[in-house]
Unconditional design. Structure first.
Length: 174
């Protein structure tokens, strides 16, 4: 995975280290749906999952940012990454905001994304995580780290830290 910086890599990988200093043989992911497609993210980068809060628009915000929400007395930017993922956004009674904690320029920053439905936390053996098909290598280097097959079918494991770090500079997010 590509991370924002070394601090984020340490933070997101913290619980993967075993007593011997290596990596566990499993990976725990949060599976969710956006636009009828299943995606997963490493749970170590998830701060919390919320019902849709009141989102206030921010003048001059980059494309893809819906605005900010007050989450535990902190202004948290909320983004819609559906266009970036090639799916259409849908809001339903099950829609949630997944808040990620990332480190940017040595500061902890929270960013939320809209998900049509949060499904499940699942653990996979490393061997069960398939690589992204070779034909998608350029896309996968910035967007995905693998594919898992769970209760809901296959899900693309997103490199959420890389997606969020590039969010403000992309023009294809709406």
């Amino acid at each position: 995975m590509t991370f924002l910086d070394d601090e984020l890599e340490k933070e997101c990988a913290m619980d993967r280290a075993d007593n011997g200093g290596g990596f566990d043989k499993t990976r725990t992911v949060l599976t969710f749906e956006i636009g009828g497609v299943f995606f997963s993210v490493d749970v170590n980068c998830v701060r919390e999952i919320l019902e849709i809060p009141e989102i206030r628009p921010m003048p001059g915000a980059p494309p893809g940012f819906l605005g900010v929400a007050d989450v535990r007395a902190r202004a948290v930017p909320i983004a819609d990454i559906s266009n970036k993922l090639g799916v259409s956004a849908e809001i339903s009674e099950n829609t949630r905001v997944i808040v990620f904690e990332v480190t940017k320029q040595r500061e902890h920053v929270s960013i939320g994304i809209m998900a049509k439905k949060v499904l499940k936390v699942e653990e996979f053996a490393i061997e069960e995580i398939e690589p992204v098909p070779q034909t998608l290598n350029e896309w996968s280097s910035t967007m995905a780290s693998g594919i898992v097959r769970g209760e809901y079918g296959s899900a693309t494991v997103l490199d959420i830290s890389n997606i969020l770090s590039n969010l403000a500079s992309d023009d294809d997010i709406h």
